[in-house]
Write a new protein. Sequence first.
Length: 275
Amino acid sequence: MKTSLYIVFSFIVAFVAQAQPDAHELVIATISKARAVQSAAYTIANTERIHGKLLSGTQQIRYNREPLQVQMTFVHPSPGTKVSYDALSKPGKLVYDPVGFPFMKLELDPFGSTARNANHHTIYEIGFEHIASLIESVYDHHKTVTLFPIDDGSPTYTVSITSRYRGFKDYKVGPEETTRSLAQKLNVCEYKIVELNEDVEDYGHLKEGILVAIPDNYAHDLILEIDKSTLLPAKIRLSDELGLLASYTISEIELGIKVEPFREKKRAKFFSDDQ
């Protein structure tokens, strides 16, 4: 789905002019606005279901989309821990700098089990473009799209999107397929592939020829909060057949920033997971 900047601008003018914007136009404009973000700083509070438990965290993010540069500082848990990625200086390497143990910097494979532990997404899914993709994945299969009654005192619009959900289907794994490539190919949540299939113990390569259960789409339902002033997503809440799958709340947004490297700590030593 591609919407021209002219159309998006028209939507923005329409929203200002009318008390009750159209729910579909609002969602489309938000997807387009999010996809247009090249660089930003923001705070994100996330909750994701991992092995039946809801795990939460908060991080401060600074990122540039192309080339990908990410600076992440943990607020909770492990406050002060830093994670960075720079496609220019260390392509394919995620740098993890903890506050406590192991008291040294680690260079990690972004797709490895250490980097992916207790996360639905990789460092490559940082940013508003990915948030737009999550919204679009549910909207493209929508059954209903409903704008909640507008509260003039609220800084956000709230939209509910219910998908045309039809259950699960079996998929025969082809050569060289991974949980991530399959999730991208079929536009579903990568973690759900792990969660639904006993033969899939973790993210990564899948055994060719096995049948895996795949959800019909990314989520059953999506609650989307949209900032009235910027039309950027402020919160998304994704639910599936088991309840809450994931939620992401974005605040303190600053657009058009420059990503600066973290200052080196004198104590820092490097350990690579290739060693």
